[in-house]
Design a protein around this ligand. Sequence first.
Ligand SMILES: [Zn+2]
Length: 296
Amino acid sequence: MSQHRAAGNRVTPSNSAARKTGASRHSAKHRVARRNTPGSTQIVGLTAALAAAAGAVGFSHSSLASPTQANSAVNIAALSGSSQLSEVTTARIERRQLATRDSSRVELSSTEATKKQAAADRLSKARAAKLDATRALTAKRASALAAAKAAAAAAEQKARESATRCEMIISDYRITATFGQGGSRWAANHTGTDFAAPIGTPIRSVMKGEVIFADWAGPYGRQVKVRHDNGTETWYNHMSKFSVEVGETVYAGDQVGAVGVTGNTTGPHLHFEVHPDGGPAINPMPWLREVCGLNP
Ligand SMILES: [Zn+2]
């Protein structure tokens, strides 16, 4: 019934009210009819399309050509039915084709996936191998570096422990009095060399040795005496502070105190003395040059 009405509406396109009623009433069920309601030209086109569709899926043309079905509305209604059937059939065929395509696509994609996986595995293995090689190389380098560092540290320690290695006793100084110089401040001639420098300037042991004295010593002020392995003593005087204690082992360059103005002095300086075998003082300058290889 509804098909008849839809068809009827289509053959009287000028009746817009009826068309609208029919269209709205069957809007969901008859998409084909609804789509083609606007004009007769389109209906002719639809008829041809339906006929083609019906023919394509094997429906007889006789249903269209039959003289007993002269009523075009009935014809179209039949076509509409045929069209729905053909749509269903076409849809089934399409679904089947789609399913076939899908399955072959799945097969194809699974083959591609396998290939991709294999390639990814190869890449992964290659990367792992490269990483292993890099790690091995890094470990080897680290080991070599550690060995080199250890060797350097050992060499440095050995040099530091060397009894003959020397370091300058003070930096940024100015020599203000030399050995043997006469002067009113000294009972005899000057027994050392004066290195003038600001208060607090570090004073360092010239060689490895043992601290044998670190105390006040009258005109020397704060005094540190270091006895070196060769028996020579070096004395550091007029200091503002002590950096070592008696009994302590010091190495060349280790700080023993700082420049001060303690004892018999008119300005901040290091009064430095050298006593071979703990005996009388000698001129420090040639000793620093010849024994220590320094250039004061
Ligand atoms: Zn002096």
